[in-house]
Design a protein around this ligand. Sequence first.
Ligand SMILES: *Cc1c(COP(=O)(O)O)cnc(C)c1O
Length: 369
Amino acid sequence: MTALPRGLSARARSWLRPELGELAAYQVTAAGDRIKLDAMENPYGWPEELIPAWQERLAAIPLNRYPDGSGTRLREALVATLGLPDDLGLLLGNGSDELIQLLVQAVARPGHKVLAPEPTFVMYRHLARANGLDFVGVPLGPDFDLDREAMVAACRREQPALVFLAWPNNPTGNLFDPSAVRAVIDAAPGLVVMDEAYEPFAQASYAAVPREHDHVLVLRTLSKLGLAGLRLGYLMGAPGLVTELDKLRLPYNINALSEATAVFALEHYGMLAGQAERIRTDRESLAERLAAVPGVERVWPSAANFLLFQVQSGSAQAVHAGLAERGVLIKNLSGSHPQLADCLRVTVGQPAENEAFLEALGATLRDGP
Ligand SMILES: *Cc1c(COP(=O)(O)O)cnc(C)c1O
C-alpha cells in the first residue's frame, strides 16, 4: 500500500485512512472549445422550444424548502415512462456513482471483498479501496468477454460480498455472454450488481432478474441517455434489500432542481429515445469508417455509445495528443490496464463531430501529432 504523502502534517498522517495514500482523485480533462468525445455524453441538446416550459417548471420550485425526500414523483415517472418492474424496490442516487458508493458501504466489514472483471469501470475498485475493502480484479478473456471459469473460480475462492458486472462493459463496449453472466450470478456468494449505464444503447436488460434472484441488483443512470449534468442514477432490486440499502442514503440526496428536471425530461422521453436511436445508428457507420482508417489496427464491436479502438504499438499517446491539437478530445486508455495497451475510446457524437474526429484521426496518423 502506498503511504500517505510526506508533505502531509504528522497529525493528518496518523489519523487519515492509509488507503487514501494509494488513491488518486477522479481526473477530468478540461475540453476547452474542443469537440468533446471523451465522456460518453449525449451530444444532442434539447430543442429551443422546450426550454421556456422547463424554465417555468424550475422557477416554481421553492428553493427555501427541502426537496421531496422520497422522490415520489420522480420514482413514479421513471417506472411509468421506462416501464420498470413495479414490484421491485427502487433507490435514487446522485448519479449511479453515489449508488455504487452506497452499495460498497453496505457491505463494508473487515475482510469483505469486492470483485469485478477488469478492465472495467474504475469506480468499482476506487470505491472499494476508499472504503477499506479488498478489490479482486479478474482479467477478461479473449475479445473482452468474461472468463467464465476464472470468474466462477474467483467467486468460490475469494467469497466476494459484492460483484460488479458492467453490461455493456465500460471501456470495452461489449455485452458479456449472458450464459457466463448467469454462471457468475449462480456462483457469487453475495450480491451481484448489473451496471446497465449503457442500457439505452444496448436495449437489453437484467431488470426482471431480481424477481427470481433476490441477490441481484440492477443499476442504471440517466447520464448516458442525455442528462449527465443532472446526476441521477437508480437502483432496482428485491424490496427488502432496497429498504436496508435506503438507510445509507443521505437525506435529500436528489436536489429539487434535478428532480423537477428529470420529471420534465421524462415527459419528453420520446426525444431522448430518438437521440439514443440516432446514436446507435451512427455508432455502426462510425465503427465501419474507423476500421478503414490507415493506422487503426482494431475496432471492437460496441453495444454502448462509444467505440474502443487500437492503434499501432506505442502510438496511443501521440494519437491522443494529435487529436487534441486538431480540436478533438477523446480518451486515451493505454497504460490504464495491460489489456488496453494502445487503446483509445471515442464517444459517438453528432454526425459532423464524428466526421471531424475521423478527419483529425486520419491526419494525425498520416502526418504525426
Ligand atoms: C458512466 C458510468 C457510470 C456512472 O454514471 P453516473 O450516473 O453519471 O454516475 C456507472 N457505471 C458505468 C459502467 C459507467 O460507464
